[in-house]
Ligand binder design. Structure first.
Ligand code: CU
Length: 108
């Protein structure tokens, strides 16, 4: 096939592989609290999580269990991919507010 058609097929393939992710999940930060504090996601699947910071000050979404660390500026959002995870509980926290801002992701 010619190159233009090949590129179209290739990008269609990328598009459909994008659709293979589980639905998007949202974690919101407001008043130094995660919401929900306990998020349940499917095990054994890659999951896309939108982390929205509705506070004016920056936060850092961090998890040793998930091996993730990413700053979220005030009034902005980031995307974090996790998994595929074995069934279990995975702790995360705001590294800038460790004492107040914690949550758990449960994969099952
Ligand atoms: Cu950190």
């Amino acid at each position: 096939m010619n190159k233009a058609i090949y590129m179209t097929v290739l990008s269609a393939g990328l598009f459909f592989s994008g659709a293979a992710y589980a639905e998007d999940y949202v974690i919101t930060i407001k008043n130094n609290q995660f919401s929900p504090q306990e998020l349940t996601i499917p095990a054994n699947q890659k999951v896309k999580i939108l982390v929205k910071n509705q506070d004016m000050i920056p936060a850092e979404f961090e998890s040793y269990d998930l091996n993730r660390e990413k700053v979220v500026s005030g009034n902005s959002e980031i995307i974090v991919f996790v998994g595929p995870l074995n069934p279990g509980n995975y702790v995360y926290f705001d590294d800038f507010h460790r004492d107040t801002t914690k949550g758990t992701i449960t994969a099952k």
